[in-house]
Design a protein around this ligand. Structure first.
Ligand code: NAI
Ligand code: CS2
Length: 497
C-alpha cells in the first residue's frame, strides 16, 4: 500500500434528524459517508442518524453501540491507494427484528427496540427517513409492483399495525403517530436498487395503510414526499481477507466496511421539511432521477448479474476474477452497448460508451473482493429491472438480445442449485422454493423448464414469454451452457438457435 489517507470523525452532536432502516454495509459506506463529510464541511450538527436493523444484524447493532457508534470505511481507489474514513454520524443503532438469541425454543423475540424506533420516527426532530432494506424488503410483486398482502409478515402487520415487522409497516405506524399528533410527515427516501424506488416505496406504504385506515392512506398519498434516488458505490460484503488487510493498516474494527473510491448519489429534490445541503459533497439534486436510475440499473447492475450467473456456473468467485476473462469482458461490452444502451432515454450529450468503459474499469478494481454469490442473491427481485424490462423494450423495437438470453439461461440453471461442474450452492432468493419445484417438475425437458420460468409472471413480463424468438434463444443458450460449457456458450452467441 503506497498511499493511505486517514480522516477522523467529527464529534457527535446528539441531534438526530434522520432515521435509516437497513443498517447494512451499503448504508455505512454510502449515505453515512456523505453525511459525515457534510457534517465535517458545514458544521451543521442537525442531521445525526439513528439506524435500525429489521432483519438479522442484531450483533452489528450491539457491536456498533459497544464501539460508541464509530466505525471505519476503507475507500479503495486501487490496491495502492486507500482512504480510511472514521464515521461518527450514526449516533444510535436499534434492532426491531427477531432476536433468536432471546428465546431458547428458537422462535425468538421480535421488536426489542421497536418502540424506541417508532418514537424516534414520530419525533418532530426527525425530518427524513432513508432505507436500504434490499429489493425484497418492500414486499412488492417484482413484475408489477403491488403489495404482497399474502406474505406472512405483511399479513402480520395488517393484523397488528401497532407492532409492525416490515419496513412498510414501520413507516405506516410512524406516519400514523405523526398524523395523530399533528406533526408534519417526514420525507421518505429509498436508497435501494429499484426503478422509481420512491414511487415503489410509496405504493407499498399507501397500500399497506389502506388495509388499516383509508383516511390515513389518503393523507399519506397527499402529504408525504417519496423522492426517488439513484445510488451507486460498489460495497461488497466483508470477508476475512478485508478485515486482515485493514488490520495491516492498523484498523481493528469489526464494524468496518470496504468499498470503491467511486460514489454517486442522484436525488429528486423533494424534501418539504428540508434536507442537508449535501451538494457540497457531490450529491446531485435533480428534478427527475429516472433516466439515471434506468441507466445504472441496466448497464451496471445488468452487467453485474450477467457476471454473477455465468461466472457462478463456471466456479468463478469474484467480479475481479470474472472480468479477468476477455470473453466475459467482451460479453459485457456488447450487452451494455447493443442491448442496454439503445433502451435508454438519456439527456443529450450523455456518453454511454464512456460510461460503459468506466464500469469495466470499476469492475476490475483488484482491491475489492465482490463475490458473485452475493450479486446472484435475490434474482427474482433484481432481474426485472436489470434485464427483463430492457430486453422487452429492445425486442419490441426490433432489436436482438442474445446476451440477455444467455444471462436468463444461466439464471435459470443457477436456480437449480448447482454449477456446471456439479458443485452445489444455496439459492438465496425469496422464490427459491418455487424455482426448485420448477426444476424438479421439468428436470428432463429443457424447453418446458425454460417456458415454465419465462411464464412465471411474478418475475417475467408476460409479453417477454410470448416472444417466440426470445424463448427459443434462451432454450438454445441453456442447452449450450449445460452441454458445452461457458466458453462454448459465449463463443456461439451468434450461432442461430
Ligand atoms: P447488507 O446485507 O449489508 O444489508 C442488507 C440490509 O437489508 C440489512 O440491514 C438487513 O437487515 C436489511 N434487510 C434484508 N432483508 C430485509 C427485509 N425483508 N426487511 C427489512 N430489512 C431487510 O447489504 P447492503 O450491501 O447494505 O445492500 C443493501 C441494499 O443496498 C441492496 O439490496 C441495494 O438495494 C442497495 N445497494 C447496495 C450496494 C452495494 O454495493 N452493496 C450498492 C447500491 C445499492
Ligand atoms: C450488486 C449491487 O449485489 C448486487 O446486486 O449488483 O449491489 C451493486 O454492487 C451496486 O448497485 C453498485 O452500485
Amino acid at each position: 500500500m503506497k498511499d493511505v489517507t486517514r480522516i477522523s470523525a467529527v464529534a457527535p452532536t446528539g441531534r438526530i434528524g434522520i432515521v435509516h432502516l437497513g443498517l447494512g454495509a451499503f448504508h455505512r459506506a454510502h449515505q453515512a459517508v456523505y453525511l459525515e463529510r457534510y457534517r465535517q464541511r458545514s458544521g451543521d450538527g442537525a442531521w445525526g442518524v439513528s439506524s435500525a436493523n429489521l432483519r438479522g444484524g442484531v450483533a452489528l447493532v450491539d457491536a456498533l453501540r459497544d464501539a460508541g457508534y464509530h466505525y471505519h470505511v476503507a475507500e479503495y481507489a486501487d490496491r495502492d491507494h486507500v482512504t480510511l474514513r472514521e464515521i461518527g454520524v450514526i449516533e444510535e443503532a436499534l434492532f426491531t427484528g427477531q432476536d433468536k438469541r432471546a428465546d431458547r425454543d428458537g422462535d425468538g423475540q421480535w421488536g426489542r427496540d421497536l418502540e424506541a424506533l417508532l418514537m424516534r420516527m414520530a419525533s418532530p426532530d426527525t425530518r427524513l427517513v432513508t432505507l436500504t432494506v434490499t429489493e425484497k424488503g418492500y414486499f412488492l410483486n417484482p413484475a408489477e409492483g403491488s403489495l404482497l398482502r399474502d406474505d406472512p409478515l405483511v399479513a402480520h402487520d395488517i393484523d397488528h399495525p401497532q407492532a409492525p415487522r416490515t419496513a412498510p409497516g414501520i413507516l405506516v405506524e410512524a406516519l400514523a403517530r405523526r398524523r395523530r399528533a399533528g406533526v408534519p410527515p417526514f420525507t421518505v427516501l429509498c436508497c435501494d436498487n429499484m426503478p422509481n424506488n420512491g414511487k415503489r416505496t410509496r405504493t407499498a406504504v399507501v397500500q399497506l395503510a389502506a388495509c388499516r385506515d383509508g383516511e390515513l392512506a389518503a393523507w399519506i398519498e397527499r402529504e408525504v414526499a417519496f423522492p426517488c434516488s439513484m445510488v451507486d458505490r460498489i460495497v461488497p460484503a466483508m470477508t476475512e481477507v478485508d478485515f486482515a488487510r485493514l488490520a495491516e493498516l492498523g484498523v481493528e474494527d469489526p464494524n468496518a466496511v470496504v468499498g470503491e473510491a467511486f460514489s454517486q448519489w442522484v436525488v429528486e429534490d423533494d424534501f418539504p421539511l428540508g434536507r442537508p445541503a449535501w451538494e457540497g459533497e457531490g450529491v446531485e439534486m435533480v428534478a427527475d432521477v429516472a433516466p439515471f436510475e434506468t441507466m445504472k440499473l441496466r448497464m451496471l447492475n445488468g452487467s453485474h448479474s450477467l457476471l454473477a450467473y455465468l461466472g457462478a456456473l463456471d466456479a468463478i468467485e469474484t467480479v475481479f476474477d470474472a472480468v479477468s476473462r476477455d470473453d466475459l469482458v467482451a460479453l459485457l461490452h456488447r450487452y451494455m452497448l447493443s442491448e442496454a444502451a439503445p433502451t435508454l432515454a438519456m439527456p443529450a450529450g450523455t456518453d454511454l460508451e464512456g460510461y460503459a468503459e468506466q464500469l469495466l474499469y470499476r469492475f476490475a478494481n483488484d482491491s475489492l473482493r465482490h463475490r458473485l454469490q452475493q450479486i446472484a442473491m435475490d434474482g427474482s427481485q433484481k432481474l426485472p429491472q436489470r434485464w427483463l424490462h430492457g430486453a422487452l423494450a429492445r425486442l419490441e423495437a426490433g432489436g436482438q438480445v442474445p446476451c440477455t438470453a444467455l444471462g436468463v439461461a444461466a439464471w435459470i440453471r443457477y436456480t437449480g442449485g448447482s454449477d456446471l461442474h456439479g458443485n452445489v450452492h444455496a439459492v438465496d432468493d425469496p422464490m427459491a422454493g418455487t424455482f426448485a419445484l420448477l426444476h424438479e417438475t421439468h428436470a428432463e425437458d429443457v424447453e418446458a423448464l425454460v417456458l415454465a420460468f419465462l411464464e412465471f409472471d411474478a418475475v417475467v413480463p408476460p409479453a417477454l414469454a410470448e416472444h417466440a424468438g426470445f424463448v427459443a434463444s434462451v432454450v438454445s443458450a441453456y442447452r449450450r451452457l449445460t452441454t458445452l460449457g461457458l466458453d462454448a456458450a459465449l463463443a456461439q452467441l451468434d450461432v442461430p438457435t
